[in-house]
Design a protein around this ligand. Structure first.
Ligand SMILES: [Zn+2]
Length: 100
């Protein structure tokens, strides 16, 4: 049953596939997937809505602005240090409250 399956992915399938390829959090609520050669619109959490060929996006090319700036690499640092910082802050508050 594998012959002649010219399946066109649905938006949901595109969403799942895109998340496999791109680990960064992107917004696909505006994405209308119409085939690999069609332009899709998705939301980059740093640069807003980006237009790109669906096929390119699924091949691993993400937001061109992100890859140009290397923001994706820095993003992981930021998230980790952000969590560390907010934990520190909470610890501080707690200590202060107990002190007073
Ligand atoms: Zn971006």
């Amino acid at each position: 049953m594998s012959d002649g399956t010219r399946l066109r992915m649905s938006n949901n399938e595109f969403d799942a596939e895109a998340r496999k390829v791109h680990s960064e959090r992107c917004d696909y609520t505006m994405t209308m997937y119409g085939g690999k050669n069609e332009i899709i619109t998705y939301g980059c959490e740093f640069h807003g809505f980006i237009e790109q060929k669906a096929g390119e996006y699924l091949s691993g090319y993400g937001c061109t602005l992100c890859s140009r700036n290397g923001t994706i690499i820095r993003q992981h640092d930021t998230i980790e240090s952000f969590i560390a910082k907010s934990l520190e802050l909470k610890g501080d508050c707690f200590t202060y409250e107990r002190t007073v």
